[in-house]
Write a protein that binds this ligand. Structure first.
Ligand code: SAM
Length: 261
């Protein structure tokens, strides 16, 4: 099963316009499989779907029988007659990949206007919440509160674009969230693009899971500290990123998987 998902990560993912790349895809895989191995149940949710790159990865990893809620404005490409092209392309990607979107589990609208019950009424408590919607402080403050209030005790929140100088308010929002929740949540993993947090009681479990995941063995695990907790920073050397990009661009995406073993 893992090999089929790795094939998806290193082949199909590149066919969907969007932003998640192999290191974070492998972290998603490790966390979701680690939760399953430990019978840590719950649904999955994402704010900020775009054309579904990370959403379809979540679908692929979870194997089709789990509830995955997709939340987005879906207003990209809106023409004068009010029709946006984003949603149609999202649905089309699902058909093409053999992962048709369950439209009952799509919320079209502004995530900052949602109440927790609008999520939990559809999917129950959430074990993995990807936040990649609006990138200004108000969005991150609101989305992190929504995630906190809908998360299972053992749930993980993945914040996108942390420490990215293009989106400085995301970092402020995540730091504010961690400080204002009075130590209830702590970060346990960081990549170049994302920061992963959980409730403090589960910090040890998720730190061990990241440290021991075979799918993450290719990365340097560098211990760092963020707002009072130890964090594994997964470093992906420039040389590997370059070889990977060259392979993908020269049509060798099937072989590119070996670069990350
Ligand atoms: C960076 S893209 C998400 C990338 C996606 N996760 C991927 O894997 O390719 C950001 C998305 O957030 C959505 N978005 C922005 N502000 C939002 C809001 N307030 N509520 C819901 N979605 C929002 C945009 O429509 C866009 O599709």
């Amino acid at each position: 099963m893992t090999s089929a998902i790795r094939k998806f990560i290193f082949h199909d993912l590149q066919t969907i316009e969007g932003y998640i790349d192999p290191p974070d895809a492998l972290v998603f895989l490790s966390l979701l499989q680690g939760q399953k191995d430990r019978s840590l149940g719950g649904a999955i949710a994402e704010i900020g779907v775009f054309y579904g790159r990370s959403y379809f990865l979540l679908r692929k990893i979870s194997g089709g029988d789990e509830k995955i809620l997709a939340i987005d404005l879906f207003n990209i490409g809106q023409t004068a007659d009010g029709v946006a092209t984003q949603y149609g392309r999202f649905l089309e990607n699902g058909r093409r990949l053999g992962l048709p979107v369950d439209e009952e589990l799509v919320i079209k609208g502004d995530s900052t206007m949602l109440e927790p019950a609008q999520l939990t009424d559809k999917i129950g408590k959430i074990r993995f919440f990807s936040i990649d919607g609006g990138h200004m402080l108000q969005h991150v403050v609101s989305d992190s509160r929504l995630a906190m209030e809908t998360l299972a005790d053992h749930g993980v929140i993945a914040f996108d674009d942390t420490f990215n100088p293009a989106w400085p308010e995301v970092t402020v929002g995540v730091a504010d969230f961690l400080r204002q929740c009075g130590g209830a949540f702590s970060a346990f993993c960081m990549t170049k693009y994302k920061t992963y947090v959980c409730r403090r009681e589960f910090h040890g479990l998720y730190s061990d899971l990241i440290a021991n995941s075979a799918d993450l063995a290719a990365f340097d695990h560098v211990e760092t500290e963020f707002l009072g907790s130890k964090v594994a920073r997964l470093h992906n050397p420039f040389s590997r990123r370059m070889v990977y990009e060259l392979m993908v661009r020269s049509g060798m995406s099937a072989l590119s998987e070996r670069v990350y073993r």
